[in-house]
Write a protein that binds this ligand. Structure first.
Ligand code: ZN
Ligand code: FE
Ligand code: FE
Ligand code: ZN
Length: 265
């Protein structure tokens, strides 16, 4: 199995070194992992969320070094990934930054609605000012913009807006169909992100209804734990596999230099 979504202590809100994550990946018997620390934010100076810009070259060098020694051991493949926020109006800057390095995979994320970091537990009060339908529509409009930007290979935690279990009375299947069609049209994969099982929403991102919509639209799927500590590597992957299979997926994709590669589920 593959885990394309690992953070390290470099992002300031995760613990563990690269080596500890690689060693967890070996323990979990994974074939392949990608580090995907948060790209420095272009629209905010807050360093609780991402590494500062001056550290990006060292991050890349460290992952490449880990990838080389892992390749020598022949036991696990380590890929150079990054998780990048979609910052509206900053697309060109983001594109230039991403093009400066040979990333294997770029995960696209929406962690902000305007300046509100809606998945930050310290900012949960923000939900009080929204109607849930309006919140979901606004969030997913950002996701669609992100997919259309062409900046990303994968959309990470596709329905992160449900993190604190703020839900509509029924799954908005019509909205999901539209989102899935946009991902398919943009050639962006969906990530099954098992971190949701560690959060109040208590299910993977995306929900089964959203993943089914992705499958119907022929959106390729990939897999990540969004590990923020070494023990999270490969977290609940058997459940993720079962979810993917239930939704009709028979294969998943990994990436090399931003080109998808299919593999059996
Ligand atoms: Zn993080
Ligand atoms: Fe994220
Ligand atoms: Fe992440
Ligand atoms: Zn994430």
């Amino acid at each position: 199995m593959i885990d394309l979504h690992l953070h390290t202590r470099r992002c300031r809100h995760a613990s563990g070194s690269l080596w500890e994550y690689v060693s967890s990946a070996l323990d979990a018997g994974l074939a392949e992992v990608a580090f995907s620390d948060h790209l420095p934010l272009l629209h905010s100076d807050d360093h609780d969320y991402a590494m500062p810009m001056e550290e990006l070259p060292q991050y890349v060098a460290d992952v490449q070094e880990a990838a080389e020694s892992a390749a020598q051991s022949g036991r696990v493949t380590v890929l150079l990934g990054i998780e990048a926020d979609h910052a509206r109006g900053r697309e060109d800057e983001t594109r230039r930054l991403l093009a400066s390095y040979d990333f294997d995979v770029v995960l696209g994320s929406v962690h902000f609605i305007e300046s509100w970091a809606f998945d930050d537990p310290r900012l949960k009060d923000g939900y009080d000012t929204w109607g849930v339908r309006d919140l979901y529509e606004t969030y997913f409009s950002h996701v669609v913009d992100a997919a259309r930007s062409g900046l990303f290979d994968v959309m990470a935690h596709l329905d992160l807006v449900k993190k604190f279990d703020v839900r509509l009375p029924e799954e908005p299947v019509g909205l999901y169909e539209g989102v899935a069609a946009e991902l398919a049209g943009a050639g962006v994969a969906v990530e099954v992100n098992t971190a949701g099982w560690r959060k109040p929403c208590a299910e993977a991102y995306p929900s089964e209804a959203l993943l089914r919509a992705c499958r119907r639209a022929h959106v390729p799927a990939t897999l990540g734990s969004d590990a923020h500590e070494p023990g999270h590597v490969g977290y609940r992957f058997e459940d993720a596999r079962a979810l993917l299979a239930r939704c009709g997926y028979q294969e998943i994709v990994t990436f090399r230099r931003r080109e998808p590669r299919r593999m059996e589920l």
